[in-house]
Design a binder for this molecule. Structure first.
Ligand code: UD1
Length: 417
C-alpha cells in the first residue's frame, strides 16, 4: 500500500479546485439502476470508491465508461441482483443498490455491511423503511435478501435522520405505487442531489433538503444526465489545512452555502474567510484559537470534518472540546495524532485537545478516509518528517490530494509500494 512522506512545517498558499462530491456520486450512480437506460453523470472524481461502485454496477450486469470525469452508466442489461461481500466490505455505500434493485426488479441480495474502523454502523433503518414499503426482508448467511412484487408508498418515520436510509428510501419510493412520506429525513446536500437526478428522469419528489420528503411513485423513470456537486468535505479539509498552516488559499469550484458550520468554526479558530461565487478564500491567523465543536446532522458541523478539525486544534492556544454525536466512537485518529505529540484525552464521545506549541513528525497509520486527511494535516504542522502509511484509505475519498497540496506549496510525496 502506498504511503505519503510529508515534511512540515509549511504554509499553504495559492488556489485549488475541488472535485465532485464522493457522497453524491455514489448514490446517483446507484440511482441509475432505476432507469434501466444510460445515465450520464458529470464531475465524477477519480476515486477508489467511485471505481468500486462502477465495478459493482458491472457485476450486476450494467456497463460503465468513464472519460475525463464523465460517466456513462448503462443499466439496461442488469441480470444479477447480488452485491457480493468482497465489494461491500471495501465500501459500505454499496448498500445503495438495495433500494433501486428491489424497486425496479423486485429482488436484491446485498451483503450485510459490517462495522467499520470506528464502530458499528447498522443499516436497520434502510431495512425497516423498505419493509414499510412492502418489501420482504430477511438476513440470510450474512446477506440482506429483499423481495417485493411492487413497492407501495407508505409513511416512514426515521428514528435518526440517516443520510443512507433517506437516500435508499427516496430511490425505492420513486418507483413505488402511491405516495411515500419520509419524516425526520436527512437534510444533507447529497440527499437533494439524488432527488434532483431522479427528478430529471421524471420522478416526483418534494421537500428534499427538509425533514419531510414526499415521493409520489411513478411507473418508470427515464435516464438522466446530472452534474455532481462539489465535495464539501474535500473543500473543508483544504480549508482546515490552510488554517493549520497559517496559509492563504482560495478554494475554487466549491459551494460555500453547503459549508456554513465548518466555515463558522474555522472563523472561531481565528481564520479570515471570504466567500464568493463558488469560491472561499481562507486566511489562517498566526495563532490558532481553541474552539468547542459538536458534530451533528446537517446543517450542524459534519462528523466527516471532525478529525481534520481535531488535527488543527492540536496547535491551538488553549483547550478545545470536540463532542462526536453522530458516531460516538469515531476517534481512531486520536492515538495517531498523539504519535505526533498532540495532547488529547478522550472521555466517551468527548475529546479534549490541549494545544501544543509544536508537533513532531512520526510514522502514523491511516485508518479511514477522514482520519487519513487529519494525519496529513498533522504532518503539515509537525516539524520534521511524517510518514502516513496506508494512504489506500485516502485514495477512496480524495482525488490525488497530494498533487493538490503540492501545488499549494506542501512538501508531500507519494511512495509507491
Ligand atoms: C454518510 C456518509 C458518511 C458520513 C455519514 C454521516 C456516504 C457514502 N457516507 O454515511 O461519510 O460520515 O453519512 O454524515 O454518504 N444509523 C442507524 N441505522 C441505520 C443507518 C444509520 O442507526 O440504518 C445511524 C448511524 O449509526 C449513525 C447515524 O445513523 O449514528 C448517521 O448515519 P448515516 O447518516 O446513515 O451515515 P451513512 O449514510 O452511512
Amino acid at each position: 500500500m502506498d504511503s505519503f512522506v510529508i515534511r512540515g512545517t509549511c504554509r499553504l498558499e495559492g488556489a485549488v479546485r475541488v472535485s465532485g462530491a464522493k457522497n453524491a456520486v455514489l448514490p446517483v450512480m446507484a440511482a441509475s439502476i432505476l432507469t434501466g437506460g444510460t445515465c450520464i453523470l458529470e464531475n465524477v472524481p477519480d476515486l477508489r470508491d467511485a471505481k468500486t461502485m462502477m465495478q459493482l454496477l458491472e457485476v450486476l450486469g450494467g456497463s460503465v465508461s468513464l472519460d475525463e470525469g464523465r460517466a456513462a452508466i448503462d443499466t439496461s442489461r442488469i441480470d444479477t441482483f447480488e452485491a457480493p461481500y468482497d465489494l461491500v466490505r471495501t465500501m459500505r455505500a454499496s448498500v445503495y443498490v438495495l433500494g433501486p434493485l428491489v424497486a425496479r426488479y423486485g429482488k436484491a441480495r446485498v451483503s450485510m455491511p459490517g462495522g467499520c474502523a470506528w464502530g458499528p454502523r447498522p443499516v436497520d433503518l434502510h431495512l425497516k423503511g423498505l419493509m414499510a414499503l412492502g418489501a420482504k426482508v430477511r438476513i440470510d448467511h450474512g446477506y440482506i435478501d429483499a423481495t417485493a412484487d411492487r413497492l407501495r408508498g407508505a409513511e416512514i418515520i426515521l428514528s435518526i435522520p440517516s443520510v443512507g436510509a433517506t437516500i435508499n428510501l427516496i430511490m425505492a419510493a420513486s418507483l413505488a405505487e402511491g405516495t411515500t412520506v419520509i419524516e425526520n429525513a436527512a437534510r444533507e446536500p447529497e440527499v437533494i442531489e439524488v432527488a434532483e437526478a431522479l427528478k430529471r428522469g421524471g420522478a416526483s419528489i418534494e421537500g428534499e433538503g427538509s425533514s419531510t420528503v414526499t415521493v409520489i411513485g411513478v411507473n418508470e423513470l427515464n435516464p438522466f444526465t446530472h452534474r455532481a456537486i462539489p465535495d464539501r468535505i474535500e473543500a473543508g479539509t483544504i480549508a482546515a489545512a490552510t488554517v493549520a498552516t497559517g496559509g492563504d488559499v482560495t478554494v475554487e469550484g466549491c459551494r460555500p452555502d453547503h459549508m456554513h458550520a465548518v466555515l463558522d468554526v474555522l472563523e472561531q479558530a481565528g481564520a479570515e474567510i471570504e466567500t464568493g461565487e463558488g469560491t472561499i478564500r481562507v486566511k489562517g491567523a498566526e495563532e490558532i484559537r481553541s474552539v468547542n465543536i459538536e458534530t451533528g446532522f446537517y446543517p450542524s458541523f459534519p462528523t466527516d470534518m471532525q478529525a481534520q478539525m481535531m488535527a488543527l486544534l492540536c496547535k491551538a492556544a488553549g483547550a478545545s472540546t470536540i463532542s462526536e454525536h453522530v458516531y460516538p466512537d469515531r476517534f481512531t485518529h486520536v492515538p495517531e495524532l498523539k504519535r505526533l505529540g498532540a495532547s488529547i484525552t478522550l472521555d466517551g464521545n468527548v475529546a479534549v485537545v490541549t494545544g501544543r506549541d509544536r508537533l513532531e513528525g512520526a510514522p502514523v497509520m491511516a485508518t479511514d478516509i477522514r482520519a487519513s486527511s487529519a494525519l496529513i494535516i498533522g504532518g503539515l504542522m509537525a516539524e520534521g518528517e511524517t510518514k502516513v502509511l496506508r494512504v489506500y484509505h485516502i485514495d477512496r475519498g480524495y482525488e490525488r490530494i497530494e498533487e493538490k497540496l503540492q501545488r499549494l506549496g506542501a512538501d508531500i510525496v507519494r511512495i509507491r509500494e
